[in-house]
Design a binder for this molecule. Structure first.
Ligand code: PAF
Length: 284
């Protein structure tokens, strides 16, 4: 496995690969969810490049950039065991050289709402770094997890707007045996908070049951029931409970089409997000 630290070397290595390149962009702190993206890329693409880069521009000054889990040795061992060909692990100055001014932004409701409302700098940071990675690595496919459902849709829109010739592939969220979505940030949780965090998968399950078994179609009623369920957990604080159109993430009042239920909840100091599709069956 080749570990590359500079943009120039990455471009040189890419020139030898031809077509059939898959990119898995990550910030390290790898878990099974990341490895499932790597495995899919390995099965679909001749060459797999995994990037490890904790991107400062997507964190606000009060967020967890400094605390974000960094263990390059462990990440490299995991990727080597998966048979990854190239790891791109640049320093900040490589991705953001002095005078860097190539910010890439998707504007409009897709980025203003939900995560965008709580983390105003987040999507511009993500689209800038992903666009830069796509221009350096020039993959035919790039892989992202559905756990970050809004990020996935924003990255897809960015690739279209920038006319980047890449397929953005979204893959299902991987969960711990008790239902908690895998996330690098789970490592911040104390044992008590880890237990409290189970309120997220519990609320998602309640949402699915209400829509798919009890045929609830009133999004307001659904959100109220889920907010009540989350509020019963003393360590949990809600940032949002949202019911949106599955593709556009426009807020719904009636659940009358494929929808997405999205949650952002703080457990102690840790902010967790999760989501589930809602499939309303037609009335007979
Ligand atoms: O989802 C992530 O880990 C990051 O937001 C990404 C896509 C690697 C960009 O830094």
């Amino acid at each position: 496995m080749k570990v590359i630290e500079t943009v120039a070397e990455m471009k040189e290595a890419r020139a030898d690969m031809g077509v059939g390149v898959g990119l898995v962009p990550t910030m390290g702190g790898l878990h099974e969810g990341h490895l499932s993206l790597v495995r899919r890329a390995r099965s679909a693409d001749g060459h797999v490049v995994v990037s490890l880069f904790v991107n400062p521009s997507q964190f606000a000054p009060n967020e967890d950039f400094d605390a974000y889990p960094r263990d390059l040795g462990r990440d490299l061992r995991l990727l080597d065991a998966e048979g990854v060909g190239v790891v791109f692990a640049p320093a900040v100055e490589e991705m953001y050289p002095p005078g860097f001014d190539e910010w890439v932004e998707v504007r409009g409701p897709l980025t203003d709402r939900l995560e965008g409302a709580f983390r105003p700098q987040f999507f511009c940071g993500v689209t800038t770094v992903v666009a830069r990675l796509l221009r350096i690595v020039r993959p035919q496919r790039a892989y992202f997890g559905e756990k970050d459902a809004q990020q996935l849709r924003v990255v897809r829109r960015m690739a279209e707007e920038q006319r980047l010739p890449v397929e953005i592939v979204g893959l299902p969220t991987l969960r711990e045996p008790d239902g908690l979505a895998m996330s690098s940030r789970n490592s911040y949780l104390t044992p008590e908070e880890r237990q409290a965090a189970l309120v997220l998968p519990r609320a998602l399950e309640l949402g699915r049951t209400m829509v798919e078994c009890e045929r609830v179609r009133d999004a307001g009623k659904l959100k109220e029931a889920l907010a009540d369920c989350i509020r019963r957990e003393p360590l949990a604080r809600i940032d949002y409970v949202a019911v949106t159109d599955y593709e556009t993430l426009e807020e719904l009042t009636a659940i009358d089409r494929p929808a997405l239920l999205l949650l952002a909840v703080r457990t102690g100091a840790t902010r967790l997000i999760d989501n589930t599709p809602l499939t309303p069956h037609r009335s007979p």
